[in-house]
Design a protein around this ligand. Structure first.
Ligand code: GLY
Length: 591
């Protein structure tokens, strides 16, 4: 059987619609309610509040295809199976049906001629074996059997295999049952079963029975409702069902592959790593740039991941002899392929092109010089480790993400002294902090009542800017006197009068909520996990002060602050100007 991504997507949604599920569109690629991660890594991210009991506007049965990004395996991209972007098909019961219906639906979709029509003997299943926290899932076993699956196609497996939770290890979770496709290869041993990674059995779907919540302290609690969360990775499933060697052999990548072959005059088969890195990273970058969160390449958070993806793709384009600017043409292949499913790709096309071009030109200028320096340095290297200082120079002067320097080093059978790099990085930060502290003298040190108000105002201003322009907005500098605030932040355009008015209105709304300002002193990692904004200055293990203003703002900050937003008065912007490239400066007063 041959099946395309379009066909699988539409069959899946149609099937579940016929089972009274409402089709919802994919949420953003950035999760709104999980500050512990930069990107949506699974279909459940956007639905967490509903799994916990909140009513969903479209009811208790939903189906969707969710854009996901997982970058933990970014270094493995280039092999046959790893991708940083993927689509996750899912059907959801929010306290509605449970195991019986979920399993019956899965089996019908997989085997019915109208849908996937997979021969029954090609399918294998695993269920949770149970432990001292949660019981053995005999119920799922019996349900599979009642549908006609023979006992030797069902395996009980432990928690490592059959209990699903998000990567953070905290949140809604539960035992799952997984569905595998038998590729027909020989068993690797007598014991070979679906848990074996020899490649005989490939997982295509899981049904998670989400009836627990894992707390941060490790305890497991029963949820108020029993949910179902299923996940079928689209790229993986079409690869398996079409008996392809690699995800990159699917029709999703056919056009870009052909284009790269044309542009480079090289064959994909002879340059697998570079081709795959380019195909994968550009797809992910296109989706990130088109997302309404307005993420752009930067040196922190999601913006840094984007920068790494793009710079790595640019380097590999040059490796396969593509020296002209082709990023827009390549991104456009994906925009054309996906825009009927993800309309934001078309709507934000110009942003995608503009940002790709900007990042390309920024990096293209330094890439050659940086590579030259790298090769010159390694020529005279004693031993096989590039020093932290050299790696830092490549980062600081030539914009080489450290991971790229590591990749270059590995290509030349070398290592990088990462510890030394981190030390050089820290030393540099300390130096620039001393300079900053010096230039802010008289501002930050002043803790008069009036200045204190401006400190709190800075938090509301940042929160407002993030609300309006996206979570990538960061404070680039702040200077406070008892008469005014000067606040710098990253933004690529001049503020219009309307934008200024919008910012003023929102800050004043926040002030008028009369929200108490509180603080706690907690370890840095906890502060980050709770979503506190802060600068690079803090280190893991350090105890930091976190100021919280209701649900408006949470920032790592030394203070001092007022006790309630209500005392701030009325905020007014008196000037807006450029501070440096890509950085705007607002001067404002409290009246
Ligand atoms: N259904 C959970 C997941 O695979 O993402």
């Amino acid at each position: 059987m041959q099946i395309s991504s379009e066909e699988l997507r539409s069959k899946y949604l149609k099937f579940f619609e016929s089972k009274k599920h409402h089709i919802i569109s994919s949420a953003s690629i950035v999760p709104e309610n999980d500050p512990t991660v930069l990107f949506t890594t699974a279909g459940m991210h956007p639905l967490v509040p509903y799994l916990l009991g909140e009513a969903h506007p479209y009811g208790k049965r939903l189906t969707d295809v969710q854009k996901c990004i997982r970058t933990s395996d970014i270094d493995s991209v280039g092999d046959a199976s790893h991708l940083t972007f993927f689509e996750m098909l899912g059907n959801w019961s929010l306290g509605d049906y449970f195991k019986k219906e979920a399993i019956s639906y899965s089996y019908e979709f997989l085997t019915s001629k109208e849908y996937l029509g997979i021969p029954k003997d090609k399918l294998y299943f695993t269920v949770f074996a149970g432990d001292d926290e949660a019981p053995k899932d005999n119920e799922s076993y019996e349900i599979w059997k009642s549908l006609g699956v023979s006992e030797d196609h069902i395996f009980f497996l432990p928690k490592e295999n059959n209990f699903w939770i998000l990567g953070s290890g905290i949140g809604p979770c539960g035992p799952d049952t997984e569905m595998f496709y038998d590729t027909g290869k020989e068993k690797c041993s007598e014991e070979c079963n679906p848990a074996c990674d020899c490649g005989k059995y490939l997982e295509i779907w899981n049904d998670v029975f989400m009836e627990y919540y894992r707390h941060e302290d490790g305890t497991l609690e029963k949820l108020k409702q029993q949910n179902v969360d299923t996940g079928m990775g689209l790229e993986r499933t079409i690869t398996v069902l079409n008996n392809l060697e690699s995800v990159y052999d699917s029709e999703i990548f056919a056009e870009i592959k052909q284009k790269l072959e044309e542009l480079s005059n090289l064959k994909y088969q002879d340059n697998l790593t570079s081709f795959r890195i380019i195909m994968d990273h550009l797809r992910t970058a296109t989706f990130i740039l088109a997302d309404d969160h307005g993420i752009t390449p930067s040196n922190i958070g999601a913006g840094y991941v984007l920068r790494r993806l793009l710079r790595r793709a640019i380097r590999h384009l040059k490796k396969i002899n593509i020296n002209d600017y082709v990023l827009n043409d390549l991104a456009n292949i994906y925009i054309e392929k996906y825009h009927s499913v993800y309309e934001e790709l078309e709507r934000n096309k110009e942003v995608v092109f503009r940002e790709l071009e900007k990042e390309y030109h920024k990096f293209n200028n330094t890439l050659k010089d940086g590579e030259r320096l790298f090769y010159k340095t390694i020529k005279h290297l004693e031993g096989n480790t590039l020093s932290g200082k050299d790696a830092f120079k490549l980062f600081d002067t030539f914009g080489f993400p450290i991971e790229m320097t590591e990749e270059l080093a590995h290509e030349n059978n070398l290592e990088v002294d990462i510890k030394g790099f981190n030390e050089a990085f820290k030393e540099h930060q300390e130096k620039s902090r001393t300079i900053d502290a010096g230039s802010f003298k008289g501002g930050l040190a002043d803790s008069s009542e009036e200045s204190t108000k401006y400190h709190t105002l800075a938090h509301l201003l940042l929160a407002t800017l993030q609300e309006i322009y996206g979570s990538d907005i960061i404070q680039k500098g702040c200077n406070i006197t008892s008469e005014r605030i000067r606040f710098d932040f990253n933004l690529d355009h001049k503020l219009s009068d309307d934008e200024k008015a919008k910012i003023e209105t929102r800050v004043n709304e926040m002030i008028k909520t009369n929200t108490p300002v509180t603080f706690e002193e907690i370890p840095y990692e906890q502060a980050k996990a709770e979503g506190a904004h802060g600068t690079f200055e803090n280190k893991y293990g350090e105890i930091v002060k976190v100021y919280t203003i209701g649900n408006l703002s949470k920032e790592i900050c030394g203070g001092p602050h007022v006790q309630n937003t209500g005392v701030l008065g009325h905020f007014k912007i008196i000037k807006e100007e450029s501070s440096s490239a890509g950085v705007r400066r607002i001067k404002g007063i409290l009246e």
